[in-house]
Design a protein around this ligand. Structure first.
Ligand code: FES
Length: 165
């Protein structure tokens, strides 16, 4: 996992929180807005939310880990979502996940040290006819093969790991 080198802006947090009354029922909405801004949930953001609505940080943290939509680590410039739903799994999504690990050195939930790529798995993209499917940011790549994922990585500027074969 890469350490986050992007600056965290306190003012941005304050702007987000100011949109909501300081009530517990808005915690989830605040978390979604913070993640929308930073593409993940920085610890500072969770701390500010907790302080704002006067709950322990552990409460915000447990919500962040409960809901799969939240990420506690920064996503890469290119975030690969490999579908691992039934149709995609049968058609080899695990091979794609292995290929990404082999060529970029990241497993689901991880980001490359340079912050360029991250990987996550999702259950079903609702496009099973395209299995196995990979989404790179918003772009869907259909029927991805084990060699096709390498071409996709390269197309986003990925440097293929010299130790791979
Ligand atoms: S299982 Fe992958 S798109 Fe449905």
């Amino acid at each position: 996992m890469a350490a986050d080198s992007r600056p965290i802006k306190q003012k941005t947090f304050t702007n987000i929180l100011d949109q909501y009354p300081a009530e517990k029922r808005y915690i989830l909405a605040m978390m979604q807005d913070v993640q929308g801004e930073y593409k993940y949930l920085p610890r500072e953001g969770m701390q500010m939310i907790a302080a704002y609505v006067d709950v322990p940080l552990s409460r915000v943290y447990s919500m962040a880990t409960f809901y799969k939509a939240f990420s506690l680590v920064p996503k890469g410039r290119i975030n690969f979502k490999v579908c691992d739903g039934t149709a995609c799994h049968i058609k080899g999504s695990n091979i794609i996940i292995d290929q990404v690990y082999q060529y970029l050195g990241i497993r689901p939930g991880e980001t490359t040290p340079d912050g360029e790529f991250s990987l996550e798995t999702v259950n079903c993209l609702g496009a099973c006819a395209l299995a196995p499917a990979v989404v790179a940011n918003e772009k869907v790549h259909p029927k991805v093969t084990s060699s096709g994922i390498i071409d996709i990585i390269k197309s986003y500027g990925g440097q293929i790991n010299a130790t791979s074969n």
